[in-house]
Write a protein that binds this ligand. Structure first.
Ligand SMILES: Cc1ncc(C[n+]2csc(CCOP(=O)(O)OP(=O)(O)O)c2C)c(N)n1
Ligand SMILES: [Mg+2]
Length: 351
């Protein structure tokens, strides 16, 4: 039913350039490859930290690393990124220290980094709420005549939320400089895409809002960088929002608290393992002669250095002050909170 949009793809699953496709700049792609390797190592390291009890939870973006790297790399310093809980690697690709980013998933009450300094909003857990905030920031920037573009991330499941609809509609009507980037990883925890939407594609939903919708191979860094780069340029030129859907896959369970074998077949996971974004780019860059063994060694060393930094940062005990429970809620604490705080203090002093 209805008309679908074609999927943009530059590299096929074995890394060959598609016929008639102009070759992307290998130097930029090589830098992207470095970032992909770091993102994969971060996913692995964070998973290990969960098993060691150093992180409370980690929603892995394994398999989605090309999306993570591309959405950060197309932004300028003055632009904004609005991530979800699954987008830790995108925030790190934007240049934020992974130790800071992971502190929320360790259980801290704050997001771990300074959102204004990095122009990265806190990772949103309530689905799609960040899209409205992103549109607000984009609209304000436009009214102020700033050249800011906002990259708003969400998952396939989040597109069923009312907030998604409101954000898309408002952004299109007011030509807000925002890019809606949906990582369609085929599941919302255990709910498969077929139970989420029967639209021809998620990108096709853009038609109803009067904005362009583009579907892109989410495991092809070259195609993603091009499509997202064009959407950012369009927003910056005052032409309004774009909805970009990445066709990708969540290779791991929703989080460490989920058992994905209960709702999806191994064969499906294996099929997607054959479309790995890193393997594909490695094959392409190897054939182009730019990914030498020396470069591979250098990339692996940088990934190990980052992982060691993360282990050191997460291994150190987080400073914990129980009285923080009472801070940052009311400018003037309520009488009940004053009593409770005093009771806690007295109990801690006794202990
Ligand atoms: C408003 C809201 N409803 C429900 C949840 C519970 N929840 C957390 S993650 C999730 C699935 C989201 O799926 P998707 O948007 O596809 O993102 P993904 O986890 O696949 O990256 C749900 C239902 C929530 N966090 N917020
Ligand atoms: Mg999903």
């Amino acid at each position: 039913m209805g008309t679908d949009v074609a999927t943009v793809r530059f590299l096929d699953e074995s890394g060959r350039l598609r016929e008639g496709q102009e070759a992307p700049d290998p130097t930029a792609l090589l830098d992207g490859y470095r970032q992909l390797a770091l993102a994969r190592r971060l996913n692995e390291q964070a998973g290990a930290l969960v098993r060691q009890g150093r992180l409370a939870v980690y929603p892995s973006s394994r398999g989605q690393e090309a999306c993570q790297v591309a959405c950060a790399s197309v932004l300028g310093d003055g632009d904004w990124l609005f991530p979800t809980y699954r987008d830790t690697a995108a925030i790190v690709a934007r240049g934020v220290d992974p130790v800071e980013v992971l502190s929320m998933l360790r259980g801290d009450w704050h997001c771990g980094y300074d959102p204004a300094a990095h122009r990265v909003a806190p990772q949103a857990t309530p689905l799609a709420t960040q899209l409205l905030h992103a549109v607000g920031v984009a609209h304000a920037a436009r009214l102020k005549g700033e050249g800011t573009v906002v990259m708003a991330l969400c998952g396939d499941g989040a597109t069923s939320e009312g907030d998604f609809h409101e954000a898309c509609n408002f952004a299109a009507v007011f030509a807000a400089p925002v890019v809606f980037f949906v990582q369609n990883n085929k599941y919302a925890i255990s709910v498969p895409l077929a139970r989420q939407s029967v639209a021809p594609s998620l990108a096709a939903k853009a038609v109803g809002y009067g904005m362009p919708g583009v579907r892109v191979d989410g495991n092809d860094l070259a195609a993603l960088t091009s499509v997202l780069g064009d959407a950012v340029a369009r927003a910056r030129a005052g032409e309004g929002p774009t909805l970009v859907e990445a066709d990708t896959y969540r290779m791991e369970a929703h989080t460490n608290a989920d058992d994905a074998t209960r709702y999806r077949a191994d064969a499906e996971v294996r099929e997607w393992a054959g479309r790995d974004p890193i393997v594909r780019l490695r094959a392409h860059l190897g054939a182009a002669g730019v990914l030498t063994e020396d470069v591979e060694r250098e990339v692996a060393a940088a990934a190990e250095e980052m992982a060691a930094h993360v282990r050191a940062g997460m291994g150190a005990e987080a400073p914990a002050d129980p009285e923080e429970l009472f801070a940052h809620v009311y400018a003037t604490p309520t009488p009940q909170l004053v009593v409770q705080r005093a009771a806690l203090r007295a109990e801690l002093e006794e202990a």
